[in-house]
Design a protein around this ligand. Structure first.
Ligand code: NAP
Length: 321
Protein backbone atom coordinates (compact mmCIF):
# COMPACT_ATOMS: atom_id res chain seq x y z
CA UNK A 1 0.00 0.00 0.00
CA UNK A 2 1.06 3.62 -0.54
CA UNK A 3 2.50 5.37 2.56
CA UNK A 4 4.69 8.22 3.81
CA UNK A 5 7.39 6.76 6.03
CA UNK A 6 10.69 7.43 7.78
CA UNK A 7 13.50 5.53 6.06
CA UNK A 8 16.36 7.16 7.97
CA UNK A 9 16.90 9.56 10.86
CA UNK A 10 18.69 12.89 10.67
CA UNK A 11 18.55 15.22 13.68
CA UNK A 12 19.71 18.23 11.62
CA UNK A 13 17.95 17.62 8.28
CA UNK A 14 14.80 15.66 9.17
CA UNK A 15 13.21 15.78 5.70
CA UNK A 16 16.10 13.74 4.28
CA UNK A 17 14.58 10.59 5.82
CA UNK A 18 11.03 11.13 4.55
CA UNK A 19 10.05 8.70 1.78
CA UNK A 20 6.86 8.07 -0.17
CA UNK A 21 6.16 4.66 -1.66
CA UNK A 22 5.04 1.10 -1.03
CA UNK A 23 4.98 -0.35 2.47
CA UNK A 24 3.62 -3.71 3.67
CA UNK A 25 -0.03 -3.98 4.76
CA UNK A 26 -0.26 -3.57 8.57
CA UNK A 27 -0.48 -6.74 10.64
CA UNK A 28 -3.65 -6.96 12.73
CA UNK A 29 -3.17 -8.49 16.21
CA UNK A 30 -6.02 -10.00 18.26
CA UNK A 31 -8.43 -7.22 19.33
CA UNK A 32 -7.23 -4.88 16.58
CA UNK A 33 -8.94 -3.84 13.35
CA UNK A 34 -8.13 -1.98 10.14
CA UNK A 35 -9.24 1.50 9.12
CA UNK A 36 -9.22 2.69 5.50
CA UNK A 37 -7.70 6.16 5.90
CA UNK A 38 -9.55 9.02 4.19
CA UNK A 39 -7.63 11.89 5.82
CA UNK A 40 -4.63 12.17 8.19
CA UNK A 41 -3.16 15.33 9.68
CA UNK A 42 0.47 16.34 10.17
CA UNK A 43 1.82 17.05 13.66
CA UNK A 44 5.15 18.34 14.88
CA UNK A 45 5.51 14.81 16.31
CA UNK A 46 6.17 13.58 12.74
CA UNK A 47 9.13 15.99 12.45
CA UNK A 48 10.45 14.83 15.85
CA UNK A 49 10.22 11.21 14.61
CA UNK A 50 12.36 12.07 11.55
CA UNK A 51 14.86 13.75 13.91
CA UNK A 52 15.06 10.51 15.94
CA UNK A 53 13.06 11.67 18.97
CA UNK A 54 10.65 8.89 19.93
CA UNK A 55 11.83 6.73 16.98
CA UNK A 56 15.04 4.70 16.80
CA UNK A 57 17.02 3.65 13.71
CA UNK A 58 16.33 -0.05 14.46
CA UNK A 59 12.55 0.63 14.12
CA UNK A 60 12.86 1.84 10.50
CA UNK A 61 11.22 1.94 8.07
CA UNK A 62 8.26 3.29 10.04
CA UNK A 63 5.04 4.75 8.62
CA UNK A 64 4.55 8.23 10.09
CA UNK A 65 1.32 9.92 11.26
CA UNK A 66 -0.70 9.87 14.49
CA UNK A 67 -4.08 11.19 13.38
CA UNK A 68 -6.64 9.64 11.05
CA UNK A 69 -10.28 9.63 10.10
CA UNK A 70 -11.57 6.94 7.82
CA UNK A 71 -13.83 3.94 7.35
CA UNK A 72 -13.68 0.86 9.54
CA UNK A 73 -14.24 -2.79 8.54
CA UNK A 74 -18.02 -2.42 9.14
CA UNK A 75 -18.25 0.59 6.81
CA UNK A 76 -18.62 3.09 9.72
CA UNK A 77 -17.03 6.54 9.55
CA UNK A 78 -14.55 6.68 12.44
CA UNK A 79 -11.85 8.78 14.09
CA UNK A 80 -8.76 7.03 15.48
CA UNK A 81 -7.55 7.69 19.04
CA UNK A 82 -3.75 7.73 18.63
CA UNK A 83 -2.78 6.69 22.20
CA UNK A 84 -2.08 2.95 22.27
CA UNK A 85 -2.18 1.76 25.87
CA UNK A 86 -1.43 -1.71 27.19
CA UNK A 87 -4.43 -4.09 26.63
CA UNK A 88 -4.62 -4.63 30.42
CA UNK A 89 -4.46 -0.91 31.29
CA UNK A 90 -7.61 0.55 32.86
CA UNK A 91 -8.36 4.24 33.43
CA UNK A 92 -6.68 7.32 31.95
CA UNK A 93 -4.65 5.97 29.01
CA UNK A 94 -2.22 8.91 29.12
CA UNK A 95 -0.94 7.69 32.52
CA UNK A 96 -0.02 4.21 31.21
CA UNK A 97 3.81 4.12 31.37
CA UNK A 98 3.80 1.61 28.46
CA UNK A 99 1.61 3.72 26.18
CA UNK A 100 2.81 4.79 22.74
CA UNK A 101 1.44 6.91 19.92
CA UNK A 102 0.70 5.48 16.49
CA UNK A 103 3.92 5.71 14.41
CA UNK A 104 6.15 5.04 17.45
CA UNK A 105 5.90 1.26 18.07
CA UNK A 106 3.11 0.57 15.52
CA UNK A 107 2.80 1.82 11.90
CA UNK A 108 1.18 5.25 11.65
CA UNK A 109 -1.68 6.79 9.72
CA UNK A 110 0.04 8.24 6.62
CA UNK A 111 -1.00 5.19 4.61
CA UNK A 112 -3.96 3.71 2.78
CA UNK A 113 -4.73 1.51 5.79
CA UNK A 114 -3.81 1.58 9.49
CA UNK A 115 -4.27 -1.14 12.13
CA UNK A 116 -5.52 0.02 15.55
CA UNK A 117 -6.98 -1.55 18.70
CA UNK A 118 -10.75 -1.85 18.20
CA UNK A 119 -11.26 0.16 21.42
CA UNK A 120 -9.40 3.14 19.89
CA UNK A 121 -12.17 3.90 17.38
CA UNK A 122 -14.66 6.71 17.94
CA UNK A 123 -17.60 7.34 15.62
CA UNK A 124 -17.08 10.44 13.43
CA UNK A 125 -19.93 12.96 13.79
CA UNK A 126 -21.62 13.50 10.41
CA UNK A 127 -21.25 17.28 10.89
CA UNK A 128 -17.45 17.00 10.59
CA UNK A 129 -15.71 16.17 7.31
CA UNK A 130 -12.98 13.52 7.26
CA UNK A 131 -10.43 16.34 6.84
CA UNK A 132 -11.76 18.22 9.90
CA UNK A 133 -12.04 15.07 12.02
CA UNK A 134 -8.46 14.08 11.16
CA UNK A 135 -7.19 17.23 12.92
CA UNK A 136 -8.63 16.31 16.30
CA UNK A 137 -6.85 13.25 17.79
CA UNK A 138 -3.46 14.86 18.59
CA UNK A 139 -3.19 18.68 18.42
CA UNK A 140 -6.82 19.43 19.24
CA UNK A 141 -7.12 16.71 21.88
CA UNK A 142 -3.94 17.99 23.54
CA UNK A 143 -5.36 21.54 23.60
CA UNK A 144 -8.68 20.27 25.00
CA UNK A 145 -6.98 18.44 27.86
CA UNK A 146 -4.64 21.38 28.61
CA UNK A 147 -7.56 23.78 28.96
CA UNK A 148 -10.36 21.77 30.49
CA UNK A 149 -8.75 18.84 32.35
CA UNK A 150 -5.34 20.10 33.48
CA UNK A 151 -5.95 23.90 33.85
CA UNK A 152 -9.71 23.53 34.65
CA UNK A 153 -10.07 26.91 33.03
CA UNK A 154 -13.28 28.79 33.82
CA UNK A 155 -15.30 31.14 31.59
CA UNK A 156 -14.17 34.72 32.15
CA UNK A 157 -10.59 33.75 33.00
CA UNK A 158 -7.72 35.21 30.94
CA UNK A 159 -5.14 32.92 29.36
CA UNK A 160 -1.99 33.54 27.35
CA UNK A 161 -1.26 31.15 24.48
CA UNK A 162 2.41 31.19 23.47
CA UNK A 163 2.54 30.96 19.66
CA UNK A 164 -0.58 31.40 17.60
CA UNK A 165 -0.27 29.63 14.29
CA UNK A 166 0.58 26.00 15.10
CA UNK A 167 -1.79 23.06 15.36
CA UNK A 168 -2.03 23.07 19.17
CA UNK A 169 -1.96 26.89 19.41
CA UNK A 170 -4.85 27.42 16.94
CA UNK A 171 -6.83 24.73 18.77
CA UNK A 172 -6.20 26.47 22.13
CA UNK A 173 -7.39 29.80 20.73
CA UNK A 174 -10.56 28.42 19.13
CA UNK A 175 -11.56 26.09 21.99
CA UNK A 176 -10.89 28.62 24.77
CA UNK A 177 -12.66 31.39 22.93
CA UNK A 178 -15.68 29.12 22.31
CA UNK A 179 -15.74 28.35 26.05
CA UNK A 180 -15.97 32.03 27.05
CA UNK A 181 -12.34 32.49 28.06
CA UNK A 182 -10.45 35.74 27.31
CA UNK A 183 -7.59 34.67 25.03
CA UNK A 184 -4.34 36.55 24.52
CA UNK A 185 -1.59 35.12 22.40
CA UNK A 186 1.90 35.84 21.10
CA UNK A 187 3.18 35.08 17.63
CA UNK A 188 6.33 35.76 15.65
CA UNK A 189 4.52 36.98 12.55
CA UNK A 190 2.15 39.87 11.88
CA UNK A 191 0.10 37.76 9.44
CA UNK A 192 -0.22 35.05 12.09
CA UNK A 193 -1.27 37.56 14.77
CA UNK A 194 -3.98 38.86 12.42
CA UNK A 195 -5.13 35.27 11.79
CA UNK A 196 -5.31 34.65 15.57
CA UNK A 197 -7.71 37.59 15.97
CA UNK A 198 -9.91 36.07 13.24
CA UNK A 199 -9.91 32.77 15.16
CA UNK A 200 -11.20 34.41 18.34
CA UNK A 201 -8.15 35.74 20.19
CA UNK A 202 -9.00 38.96 22.06
CA UNK A 203 -5.53 40.51 21.78
CA UNK A 204 -2.23 39.48 20.22
CA UNK A 205 1.33 40.46 21.05
CA UNK A 206 4.84 40.13 19.67
CA UNK A 207 6.82 37.45 21.57
CA UNK A 208 8.09 38.70 24.94
CA UNK A 209 5.82 41.77 25.08
CA UNK A 210 4.68 43.22 28.38
CA UNK A 211 0.97 42.33 28.75
CA UNK A 212 -1.71 44.80 29.90
CA UNK A 213 -2.12 42.69 33.06
CA UNK A 214 -0.99 39.31 34.39
CA UNK A 215 -3.03 36.25 33.34
CA UNK A 216 -4.67 33.35 35.18
CA UNK A 217 -3.00 30.66 33.06
CA UNK A 218 -0.42 30.28 30.30
CA UNK A 219 -0.54 27.55 27.65
CA UNK A 220 3.01 26.58 26.62
CA UNK A 221 4.15 24.47 23.69
CA UNK A 222 7.11 26.61 22.58
CA UNK A 223 9.50 25.97 25.49
CA UNK A 224 12.86 27.73 25.83
CA UNK A 225 12.04 30.73 23.59
CA UNK A 226 8.97 31.74 25.62
CA UNK A 227 9.36 30.13 29.07
CA UNK A 228 10.61 33.16 31.02
CA UNK A 229 7.90 35.35 29.50
CA UNK A 230 5.30 32.71 30.43
CA UNK A 231 6.39 32.64 34.07
CA UNK A 232 6.58 36.45 34.28
CA UNK A 233 3.09 36.79 32.73
CA UNK A 234 1.31 34.81 35.47
CA UNK A 235 -0.69 36.27 38.36
CA UNK A 236 0.30 35.13 41.86
CA UNK A 237 -1.19 31.62 42.20
CA UNK A 238 -1.41 31.29 38.38
CA UNK A 239 -0.98 28.08 36.39
CA UNK A 240 1.34 27.22 33.53
CA UNK A 241 0.32 24.21 31.44
CA UNK A 242 3.06 22.77 29.22
CA UNK A 243 2.68 20.10 26.54
CA UNK A 244 5.62 20.83 24.25
CA UNK A 245 9.04 22.45 23.93
CA UNK A 246 9.51 23.06 20.20
CA UNK A 247 12.29 25.64 20.63
CA UNK A 248 14.22 23.77 23.35
CA UNK A 249 13.61 21.98 26.63
CA UNK A 250 16.09 23.57 29.05
CA UNK A 251 15.23 27.22 29.70
CA UNK A 252 16.15 28.98 32.99
CA UNK A 253 13.66 27.54 35.49
CA UNK A 254 12.70 30.86 37.16
CA UNK A 255 12.43 28.94 40.45
CA UNK A 256 12.28 32.02 42.67
CA UNK A 257 9.17 33.29 40.92
CA UNK A 258 7.63 29.81 40.95
CA UNK A 259 7.78 29.50 44.75
CA UNK A 260 7.44 33.15 45.75
CA UNK A 261 4.33 33.70 43.59
CA UNK A 262 3.06 30.16 44.35
CA UNK A 263 2.76 29.27 40.67
CA UNK A 264 1.68 25.83 39.45
CA UNK A 265 3.55 24.23 36.57
CA UNK A 266 1.55 21.32 35.15
CA UNK A 267 2.47 18.93 32.35
CA UNK A 268 -0.10 17.67 29.87
CA UNK A 269 0.11 14.97 27.22
CA UNK A 270 -2.42 13.98 24.55
CA UNK A 271 -5.83 13.00 25.99
CA UNK A 272 -8.06 10.05 26.76
CA UNK A 273 -10.62 8.34 24.55
CA UNK A 274 -13.37 9.95 26.68
CA UNK A 275 -11.84 13.39 26.13
CA UNK A 276 -11.67 12.73 22.37
CA UNK A 277 -15.38 11.81 22.36
CA UNK A 278 -16.24 14.99 24.30
CA UNK A 279 -14.09 17.08 21.94
CA UNK A 280 -15.89 15.62 18.91
CA UNK A 281 -19.28 16.37 20.50
CA UNK A 282 -18.15 19.90 21.41
CA UNK A 283 -17.03 20.60 17.83
CA UNK A 284 -20.13 19.07 16.24
CA UNK A 285 -22.72 20.61 18.60
CA UNK A 286 -21.17 24.06 19.07
CA UNK A 287 -20.17 24.55 15.44
CA UNK A 288 -16.47 24.65 16.31
CA UNK A 289 -14.23 23.56 13.43
CA UNK A 290 -10.50 22.80 13.32
CA UNK A 291 -8.34 25.38 11.59
CA UNK A 292 -6.95 23.86 8.39
CA UNK A 293 -4.04 25.57 6.65
CA UNK A 294 -4.18 23.30 3.60
CA UNK A 295 -5.24 19.87 2.36
CA UNK A 296 -2.80 17.97 0.15
CA UNK A 297 -2.88 14.52 -1.44
CA UNK A 298 -0.64 12.16 0.57
CA UNK A 299 1.58 11.93 -2.52
CA UNK A 300 2.53 15.60 -1.84
CA UNK A 301 3.29 15.05 1.85
CA UNK A 302 6.82 16.44 1.39
CA UNK A 303 5.41 19.93 0.74
CA UNK A 304 3.42 19.78 3.99
CA UNK A 305 6.43 18.64 6.04
CA UNK A 306 8.55 21.44 4.51
CA UNK A 307 5.93 24.09 5.37
CA UNK A 308 5.74 22.89 8.98
CA UNK A 309 9.53 22.85 9.31
CA UNK A 310 9.66 26.42 7.96
CA UNK A 311 7.00 27.48 10.52
CA UNK A 312 4.98 28.74 7.59
CA UNK A 313 1.48 27.63 8.63
CA UNK A 314 -1.74 28.81 10.21
CA UNK A 315 -3.45 25.68 11.52
CA UNK A 316 -3.22 22.09 10.39
CA UNK A 317 -1.97 20.41 7.25
CA UNK A 318 -4.18 17.51 6.20
CA UNK A 319 -3.19 14.70 3.83
CA UNK A 320 -6.00 13.10 1.87
CA UNK A 321 -6.23 9.64 0.32
N1 NAP B 1 2.57 16.42 24.84
C1 NAP B 1 1.79 16.11 23.82
O1 NAP B 1 0.98 15.20 23.90
C2 NAP B 1 1.84 16.93 22.57
C3 NAP B 1 0.79 16.89 21.66
C4 NAP B 1 0.83 17.74 20.54
C5 NAP B 1 1.94 18.57 20.35
N2 NAP B 1 2.96 18.53 21.23
C6 NAP B 1 4.15 19.38 21.04
O2 NAP B 1 3.72 20.74 20.98
C7 NAP B 1 4.53 21.47 20.07
C8 NAP B 1 3.63 22.13 19.02
O3 NAP B 1 3.07 21.12 18.20
P1 NAP B 1 2.28 21.50 16.87
O4 NAP B 1 1.94 20.22 16.18
O5 NAP B 1 1.23 22.50 17.22
O6 NAP B 1 3.46 22.22 16.04
P2 NAP B 1 3.41 23.33 14.92
O7 NAP B 1 2.09 23.25 14.21
O8 NAP B 1 4.66 23.20 14.15
O9 NAP B 1 3.42 24.70 15.75
C9 NAP B 1 4.60 25.29 16.25
C10 NAP B 1 4.21 26.42 17.19
O10 NAP B 1 5.35 26.91 17.88
C11 NAP B 1 5.28 28.35 17.91
N3 NAP B 1 6.59 28.98 18.09
C12 NAP B 1 6.78 30.17 18.68
N4 NAP B 1 8.08 30.46 18.80
C13 NAP B 1 8.74 29.46 18.23
C14 NAP B 1 10.13 29.21 18.02
N5 NAP B 1 11.07 30.08 18.43
N6 NAP B 1 10.46 28.08 17.39
C15 NAP B 1 9.52 27.20 16.96
N7 NAP B 1 8.19 27.37 17.17
C16 NAP B 1 7.80 28.50 17.78
C17 NAP B 1 4.58 28.71 16.63
O11 NAP B 1 3.97 29.97 16.82
P3 NAP B 1 4.08 31.17 15.76
O12 NAP B 1 4.49 30.57 14.45
O13 NAP B 1 2.69 31.74 15.75
O14 NAP B 1 5.07 32.11 16.34
C18 NAP B 1 3.55 27.59 16.52
O15 NAP B 1 2.39 27.94 17.27
C19 NAP B 1 5.52 20.46 19.46
O16 NAP B 1 6.74 20.53 20.17
C20 NAP B 1 4.85 19.12 19.71
O17 NAP B 1 5.75 18.06 19.78
C21 NAP B 1 2.94 17.75 22.34
Amino acid sequence: MFAAFASSIDAEDPLRGLELGEQPEPSVPEGWTTVRVKAASLNHHDIWSLRGIGLRADQLPQILGCDAAGIDEDGEEVVVHAVISDPDWRGDETFDPRRSLLSERHPGTFAERVAVPRRNLVRKPAALSFEQAACLPTAWLTAYRMLFTRARIAPGATILVQGAAGGVATALIVLASAAGVRVWCTSRGERKRAAALELGADQTFAPGSRLPERVDAVMETVGAATWSHSIKSLKPGGTLIISGATSGANPPAELTRVFFLQLSVIGSTMGTLDELERLLTFCAEKDVRPVIDSCLPLAQAGDGFAAMLAGDLVGKIVFTL
